[in-house]
Design a protein around this ligand. Structure first.
Ligand SMILES: NC(=O)C1=CN([C@@H]2O[C@H](COP(=O)(O)OP(=O)(O)OC[C@H]3O[C@@H](n4cnc5c(N)ncnc54)[C@H](OP(=O)(O)O)[C@@H]3O)[C@@H](O)[C@H]2O)C=CC1
Ligand SMILES: O=C(O)C1=N[C@H](C(=O)O)C[C@H](O)C1
Length: 247
């Protein structure tokens, strides 16, 4: 596959390594320095684009790929308030699009267990639930996209919680969740690649479901596998649709 990389930071560089290992070719690298000079024609010879850029760049990059009729995998987080409009444009224009807050297999298994756990605990109102995410200090968005997906999985299966609220440690803003609000606590610590925990607490005990990424390799390999999965398909997909355990 001939791949265009949008974003060539920590993730883009790792994705290039895994793409080459799996026999693909990176034909164009786009980052902040050359983005303004890129036109849809520059993407004509490619088979697939993979975007791991920044929350404010993602939307324009998605439009660029749609204009070029280039299938696109988006790992960038922090732009999800625009998901509905992207879906509409994608389907209207008969494009190929896949996005995911987290491409690692481990986290996708976690997403699945998170929903099952939320469903199992739902009748036992003595448990209160909270989500915690820890990432490196360079991260631009909070809460993490993964934490939002986890929170959505809980909200779908919990009668008490209606919405999520976010508190960023050290921001100086105190967030005290109401009874029907699910708290996502964000911590930014050194170079942590990504740790997500769901905590259910009662007076007598605590249940924890935790995923710790040891590196970014799982995310990068997952993004290349997602690109391979998307090739030849039309439509709007989420990464979770790639996995059988969601069926
Ligand atoms: N879904 C998943 O599994 C994962 C998602 N992510 C998400 O991926 C994104 C990138 O993460 P990461 O690689 O760590 O971030 P980095 O900050 O390391 O890299 C961001 C890259 O985006 C480039 N960039 C900035 N503006 C544009 C633009 N307009 N068009 C194209 N590229 C641009 C930057 O260029 P320059 O260097 O020139 O500034 C840089 O190369 C984040 O949103 C993060 O949350 C991260 C890991 C896993
Ligand atoms: O910015 C990161 O680094 C990560 N971002 C994604 C997110 O926001 O969930 C995925 C992963 O946790 C790493």
């Amino acid at each position: 596959m001939k791949i265009v990389l949008l974003g060539y930071g920590k993730m883009g560089q790792l994705i290039e390594r895994f793409a080459m290992k799996r026999g693909h070719e990176v034909v164009l690298i786009i980052d902040e320095r050359n983005r303004n000079s890129i036109t849809p024609e520059d993407l004509e010879d490619a088979d697939m684009a993979i975007d791991f850029s920044t929350p404010h760049a993602a939307l324009e990059n998605i439009s660029l790929c749609f204009e070029s009729n280039l299938p696109l995998v988006v790992g960038t987080t922090g732009w999800y308030e625009h998901l509905d409009e992207v879906k509409e444009t994608c389907l209207e224009a008969d494009q190929s699009f896949l996005y995911g807050s987290n491409f690692s297999i481990g986290v996708n298994i976690f997403f699945h267990i998170n929903k099952m756990l939320a469903k199992a605990i739902n009748p036992y109102k003595q448990y209160d639930v909270q989500v915690e995410e820890i990432h490196h200090i360079h991260k631009l968005d909070a809460p993490s996209g993964t934490a939002i997906t986890i929170a959505e999985g809980i909200l779908e299966n919990n009668d008490e919680k209606k919405t999520w609220v976010n508190s960023v440690e050290g921001s100086g803003e105190e967030v005290i969740p109401k009874g029907n609000e699910l708290l996502i606590e964000s911590l930014r610590i050194e170079e942590v690649p990504g740790t997500h925990t769901v905590l259910y607490s009662s007076e007598v005990d605590q249940i924890e479901l935790k995923h710790t990424a040891h590196s970014r390799e799982g995310f990068a390999l997952g993004a290349v596998i997602a690109a391979e999965w998307l090739l030849g398909k039309k439509g709007f997909y989420q990464v979770t649709e790639m996995f059988d355990f969601n069926k």
